[in-house]
Design a protein around this ligand. Structure first.
Ligand code: SAH
Length: 383
C-alpha cells in the first residue's frame, strides 16, 4: 500500500505530546519541528490520525518540498509536484493557507496565486484539458516556507481537528480542545485520579478528560474532508477506523471529574456540551465560586484555565483572585495543580513557585503552564 509522509501541525510547545500520541497509535515519526510533527502512514493512517489524535490541529499529506527564493522558482517547484496523483479532474483546488518564516517570499496572497497557476498548468498537461470546472470535492492545499524551503501539503481534515463537534456553546475565552487535551496529557492524571476545574467555563478540560477516561476518540462525532477523497482513501478505511473507535469506548467507568464556575450560565453550557460529547454521566458540573473550592479526598488534580485579566477592568481583580487560588490550593491535601494563564504575576500571588513551568502559545498569545506538583499517592499494593 502506498506510504505517505503525513504532517500534523499542532500548538507551538506541544510537539512532544503529539509525537507520543502518533507513536502510540502506531506510526513512525520522522521529523519534529516547531509547530508540527511529520510521520509515515498509508491511507488507513490518514483516517486513523484524523479520528484518534487528540492534540493535532489537522493532518496534511505532504505533496513535496523544494527550495524557492523567487516566484519563478516557486512556480516551477510547484509545477513539478505530482498533483495528478492527488486531485481528480473535477476537483476544486486552491492554496487555502500560506505561511512564511525567514524566507525571501513572504506575501501569502502572491504565494497562493502563483502556486494555483502552477497547479493549473501541471493538471492541464496531465489531464489534457484547458479548463477546470472545479465542481467536485474540495482539495485545499497548505504551504509553509521556512528559510526558503517550501513544504506543500494537501489538507485531509477540513475544519480544524480541535472542533470535535461537542462545543456548540462557548465561554468568553474558551481554550482550544486540542490544547486542553495536550495540557491534561502533560500531567500524570489518569481516570483513577480526581480532576477538578474550578474555572470550567464551557467545560473543555472536564470534557476532554472524560473523553480520555472513556476512551472516546475525539473524531468520532465529526466528519473529515478526505472522507470524500475516494482515489486517495478508500471508504473502507473510514468504516474500519470508526469501528475500531466504537469498540474502544468504555462508559462503564468510575471517575471523579468535576467542573465548577461562578457563572450559572457557564455551568448550563458545560452540561450541554458534555451531553453532546456523550460524557454527561462522567462529569459533575456545579455552580460554585473559588471560595467554596474543597474536596474531601487526597491526591487530586486541579487542571484549569483561570481568568487572566484580558480586559483592563478585570486586571485589578487578578492579584486577589490568584491569592485566593493559592489559599484554596494549600487547603487541599496532597493535590497537584496545573494552571494555564497569561497572567505574569501568577506565582507571586499564589505564593509558591511552580515546580515546572512551560511557555505555550495559545494562538498568538504567550501563556504559561504552571505546574505545582503534589506527592504521588501510595501504591495500592502497599509497595
Ligand atoms: N477553559 C474554559 C474558559 C475559562 S474562562 C473554557 O474552555 O471554556 C474563566 C472562567 O472562570 C469564566 O467562565 C468565569 O465565569 C470563571 N470565574 C471567574 N471568577 C471565578 C471565581 N471566583 N470562581 C469560579 N469561577 C470564576
Amino acid at each position: 500500500m502506498r506510504k505517505y509522509e503525513l504532517i500534523a501541525p499542532c500548538h507551538f510547545g506541544l510537539e512532544a505530546v503529539l509525537k507520543q500520541e502518533i507513536i502510540d497509535i502506531g506510526y513512525d515519526v520522522t521529523l519534529v519541528e516547531d509547530g508540527r510533527v511529520t510521520f509515515l502512514g498509508d491511507e488507513e493512517a490518514i483516517a486513523r490520525a484524523n479520528i484518534f489524535l487528540r492534540t493535532a490541529e489537522r493532518i496534511l499529506i505532504k505533496v513535496g518540498s523544494f527550495q524557492a527564493e523567487t516566484y519563478e522558482e516557486l512556480f516551477q517547484g510547484t509545477k513539478k509536484l505530482n498533483w495528478e496523483d492527488y486531485i481528480p479532474k473535477e476537483g476544486k483546488f486552491w492554496v487555502a493557507k500560506a505561511a512564511s518564516i525567514k524566507s525571501k517570499l513572504f506575501s501569502p496572497s502572491d504565494i497562493q496565486s502563483v502556486m494555483k497557476k502552477a497547479m493549473v498548468e501541471k493538471l492541464k498537461e496531465k489531464f489534457h484539458i484547458e479548463w477546470f470546472s472545479e465542481t467536485g470535492e474540495s482539495y485545499p492545499v497548505r504551504v509553509f516556507l521556512m528559510k526558503d524551503l517550501v513544504t506543500v501539503g494537501l489538507d485531509t481534515t477540513g475544519e480544524s481537528l480541535h472542533r470535535r463537534g461537542y462545543r456548540k456553546l462557548v465561554a468568553k475565552a474558551p481554550i482550544a480542545e486540542n490544547l486542553a487535551a495536550a495540557l491534561i496529557m502533560l500531567t500524570p492524571w489518569n481516570k483513577d485520579r480526581i480532576l477538578v476545574d474550578p474555572f470550567c467555563g464551557s467545560g473543555t478540560f472536564p470534557i476532554e478528560a472524560a473523553l480520555m477516561a472513556a476512551n472516546i476518540a475525539p473524531g468520532m462525532n465529526r466528519s473529515f474532508l478526505s472522507e470524500h477523497f475516494d482515489q486517495l482513501v478508500a471508504k473502507r478505511n473510514w468504516y474500519d477506523s470508526m469501528d475500531e473507535a466504537r469498540d474502544m469506548v468504555d462508559l462503564s467507568i468510575d471517575v471523579d471529574i468535576q467542573g465548577y464556575d461562578i457563572d450559572p450560565e457557564m455551568v448550563r453550557i458545560s452540561r450541554e456540551n458534555a451531553k453532546l460529547a456523550g460524557v454527561e454521566g462522567l462529569i459533575h458540573f456545579q455552580k460554585r465560586s473559588l471560595d467554596e473550592l474543597s474536596h474531601p479526598k487526597k491526591y487530586g488534580f486541579i487542571i484549569s484555565n483561570p481568568p487572566y485579566g484580558e480586559r483592563l477592568e478585570e486586571k485589578e481583580d487578578m492579584p486577589a483572585l490568584y491569592k485566593k487560588i493559592g489559599e484554596r490550593y494549600r487547603n487541599l491535601d496532597s493535590w497537584s495543580m496545573y494552571l494555564i494563564t497569561g497572567y505574569e504575576q501568577a506565582e507571586a500571588d499564589i505564593g509558591r513557585k511552580a515546580d515546572k513551568n512551560r511557555k505555550i502559545y495559545n494562538g498568538m498569545m504567550k501563556t504559561y503552564y504552571y505546574q505545582f506538583l503534589g506527592p504521588k499517592p501510595p501504591r495500592r499494593d502497599g509497595k
